[in-house]
Ligand binder design. Structure first.
Ligand code: GLU
Length: 389
């Protein structure tokens, strides 16, 4: 349906988060609309085969669950039991629907020879230092392997999403995921061509805003215009997501998920939908975060061999090169990496707490389990979580 016709274009964006909204997944109807979902899966698989790293944020669990529960209801007399629309019944629907949603994505990607992995996240998980680090490490490891993370909010535990669309919704979640994995592009697929100056369903003068250099009042007012019906997000949450993601240097595109080859065209840099330009440099914002002295909770002192390996770039810090550490820090805290002479070489997020680093310093990674009784990986700081000064 997609890849064959397109010339293998140069990919402008390599690490991409694609968020698919409920209205796209259901095709505006009741249950999941397989042809639309298949078209998206085929395009994402095509990108992965061409070397891109893609994470999907998928809504549709509640919609799929409601559909399934109605099917069952039709066979029973106690229909009223499944009908209420309170938060708990939405959570039940999400639990039922998530399984079906995931099974569908898995089957469609399997046809294209690509593996997927499910990640159910809550905002609380990501606000928590350890949750953030674990989610980041796992998602980056999946992307490295060419596995497509299929992400949704963990609706069974996150009541706030279902009660208050403005706080936790998949638009905002996708922006957090884009930050988490340092995405180049966040593509928000919806059932409208992009952000319009007014609601195009009501105002014939409404025009598509193709490019947003800066999110200002005008853009926000335009976003307040319209909202989808089946998911929780309208344009307001999409613009909120765009603000978060562009702020850390990610391109954001809002486009119609039903348009032909939309994922491939966007990844190739074709102008589609509404393009929000990054407000800052992506690497720079992570650098700033990691290097800011305020963040650092401690120091890890390394020997000359480790210093050389770090300075050559692309290397993780292993316990073998650690002489000792200073300060009290927890796993997930930012620490400075310094030489024995006190030269600040790099900063990064520690995989081990200071008391653990003290016990594994100078040892081979293979000994970590013996020394601690467990391990969080063979690195004291993984290269993905490390920046050179
Ligand atoms: N997590 C919800 C679901 O899977 C959707 C939330 C949203 O669309 O923003 O149904």
């Amino acid at each position: 349906m997609t890849g064959e016709r397109l010339q293998p274009q140069r990919l402008l964006h390599r690490r991409i988060v694609v968020k698919v909204g409920s209205n796209v997944l259901t095709g505006g109807e009741d249950g999941l609309h397989t042809p639309t979902i298949a078209a998206i899966a085929t395009q994402v698989a095509d990108l992965v085969r061409r070397g891109a790293q893609v994470a999907l944020v998928t809504s549709g669990a509640v919609a799929a669950g409601r559909h399934r529960l109605r099917e069952i209801e039709a066979l029973r007399d106690d229909a009223s039991k499944l009908a209420p629309r309170d938060v708990q019944s939405r959570q039940v629907a999400a639990a039922v629907g998530q399984a079906r949603l995931m099974a569908l994505w898995d089957a469609l990607f399997a046809e294209a020879g690509v593996a997927v992995g499910q990640a159910l996240l809550t905002r609380r998980d990501l606000a928590d230092r350890l949750g953030y680090l674990n989610a980041r490490n796992t998602l980056l490891a999946m992307l490295d392997l060419g596995v497509v993370p299929v992400i949704n909010e963990n609706d069974v535990v996150s009541v706030e999403e279902l009660q208050d669309a403005r706080i936790g919704d998949n638009d905002n979640l996708s922006a957090q995921v884009a930050n988490l994995v340092d995405a180049d592009l966040l593509l928000l697929l919806t059932d409208i061509a992009g952000l319009y100056s007014a609601d195009p369903r009501r105002d014939p003068e409404a025009r598509l805003i193709e490019r947003v250099e800066r999110i200002d009042d005008v853009v926000e007012a335009a976003a307040a215009g319209g909202a989808g019906t089946r998911g929780t997000g309208g344009m307001t949450t999409k613009v909120q997501a765009a603000r978060i993601a562009t702020g850390s240097g990610t391109h954001v595109v809002i486009a119609d998920g039903r348009s032909r080859d939309i994922v491939l065209r966007t990844a190739a840099g074709e102008p589609v939908g509404t393009h929000f330009l990054p407000a800052g440099d992506r690497i720079e914002s992570r650098r700033r975060y990691l290097l800011s002295g305020l963040q650092a909770r401690g120091r890890v002192i390394v020997d000359a061999g480790a210093a050389g390996a770090l300075l050559r770039g692309g290397n993780s810090l292993l316990p073998a090169g650690v002489l000792r550490c200073e300060g009290t820090f927890q796993r997930g805290d930012v620490v400075q990496v310094v030489t024995a002479e006190g030269r600040h070489l790099a900063s990064g997020t520690a995989n081990y707490a200071s008391d653990e680093v003290a016990r594994i310093a100078g040892k081979q990674s293979g000994q970590i389990v013996d020394l601690l009784g467990y391990e969080f990986g063979e690195e004291v700081i993984h290269r993905n979580n490390l920046v050179l000064v």
